[in-house]
Design a protein around this ligand. Structure first.
Ligand code: NDP
Ligand code: MG
Length: 394
């Protein structure tokens, strides 16, 4: 067994921490070569002390200087770098074979693209990469000879339920539909009239999963599922009509593949991201993740259809996917702005879909020619959403 050399982008986040937890269970199997973080310097320094990586990357010079000082005695051989170019550098180092892409939001796109061009095995948690730039990214993966393993639990489940030799043609593999499960989040049964008043703390209190704050709000609004529908479109070359969202409040079935012969193959497990992370880290071997065995006794599994009146963000995402071009990137950027405003107390919960709709209505259609087109659309969408939110009374 050869040692796998890892870069972990977003090491200080929930996915990053879970990745390091799995890695620490397999001494000698993985070598952590590079880590990145942004604001949580103490955490990053502690990770560097434990794993002694060659590189640690943060986003600006001031943080880099502080981190350097913190590492002087505990990880003196770790080189501290900063900025987007440094992220691209550690995502494409020749000695790296595996890149965990776990930065949150649009900031994760450029380093993920760098890993694709460099032909790495990419463990993709940053779904925004595929939402913003699905076509561009998938072409970079093919051109660079990279290998893509999904970390998002639903897509990881689908990957496991598809034939191992899946060639990118669902129909040729006898697949009728992909059934993407969703928990429905903390507001699945909240009276609709109360949604206008819900707080960030309520939105972040996910019933089944512990996640970063942005994705927790996305789960509450089901924008997370909308982004995942777009993610599935690119990962599995699926037409929108081949993807169905199924609410499954217990989060035990992580998604399913429905075959033409009537078979439905599902992947089940406790809701713990270490399972998909371990699957992708060890692939094709199955390795210990620290997740306890699923106890099915006493569990009732239920399924229901999503209600667009309760979850308008899901409808907006299906609409953006159908329109294609730049609209998924606009959807993503406007959502990031609106969620940030909601988390900061500058906007109410219902302003999130309203701001996204506002930005989508103003967006330019058409296919992006290059990354700059997408970056421009992203910037414009944030400005449109922010302008709308500035006029909202909280
Ligand atoms: P967190 O918010 O917990 O972590 C985000 C990471 O990205 C942190 O390391 C953070 O650094 C870093 N970061 C934040 N902003 C920037 C920036 N502008 N530039 C560079 N680095 C930055 O997020 P999660 O771990 O929850 O999620 C990560 C990704 O994985 C997201 O795309 C999410 O959608 C996806 N995902 C997460 C799941 C989960 O269960 N958490 C499930 C499926 C997908 P710091 O903290 O030091 O500031
Ligand atoms: Mg998911």
């Amino acid at each position: 067994m050869s040692v796998r050399n890892l870069t972990i982008l977003g090491a200080t986040g929930t996915i990053g921490v879970n990745t390091l937890d799995v890695v620490a269970r397999h001494p000698g199997r993985f070598k952590v070569v590079a880590l990145s973080g942004s604001t949580q310097l103490e955490k990053l320094a502690a990770q560097c002390q434990q794993h002694q990586p060659g590189y640690a990357v943060v986003m600006d010079a001031a943080h880099a200087q502080r981190l350097q000082a913190m590492l002087a005695s505990v990880a003196p051989r770790t080189e501290v770098l900063y900025g987007v170019a440094a992220l691209e550098h550690i995502a494409s180092l020749p000695e790296i074979d595996t890149v965990m892409a776990a930065i949150v939001g649009a900031a994760g796109l450029r380093p993920a693209l760098a890993a694709a061009h460099a032909g790495k095995r990419i463990l993709l948690a940053n779904k925004e990469t595929l939402v913003m730039a699905g076509s561009l990214f998938m072409r970079a993966v093919a051109a660079g000879g990279a290998e893509l393993l999904p970390i998002d639990s639903e897509h990881n489940a689908i990957y496991q339920a598809l034939p191992r030799e899946f060639c990118g043609d669902l129909a040729a593999c006898g697949v009728r539909r992909i059934l993407l499960t969703a928990s429905g989040g903390p507001f699945r049964t909240t009276p609709l009239a109360e949604l206008a008043q819900v707080t960030p703390a309520q939105a972040c209190a996910h019933p089944n999963w512990v996640m970063g704050r942005k994705i927790s709000v996305d789960s509450a609004s089901m924008m997370n599922k909308g982004l995942e529908v777009i993610e599935a479109r690119w990962l599995f070359n699926a037409a929108p009509a081949q993807i169905e969202v199924v609410i499954h409040p217990q989060s035990v079935v992580h998604s399913m593949v429905d075959y033409l012969d009537g078979s439905v193959i599902a992947q089940l497990g406790n809701p713990d991201m270490r399972t998909p992370i371990a699957y992708a880290l060890g692939f094709p071997a199955r390795i210990e993740s620290g997740v306890s065995a699923l106890d099915l006794f006493g569990k009732n599994l239920s399924f229901e259809a999503p209600d667009y009146a309760r979850f308008p963000c899901l409808k907006l995402a299906f609409g953006a996917l159908a329109s294609g071009g730049m609209l998924p990137a606009v959807l993503n950027a406007a959502n990031e702005s609106a969620v940030a405003a909601f988390l900061a107390g500058r906007a109410g919960y219902l302003a999130i879909p309203a701001a996204i709709e506002h930005a989508l209505a103003r967006a330019r259609s058409g296919e992006p020619d290059c990354l700059d087109d997408l970056v421009d659309a992203d910037t414009q969408a944030r400005a449109d959403a922010d302008a709308y939110l500035a006029d909202c009374v909280v």
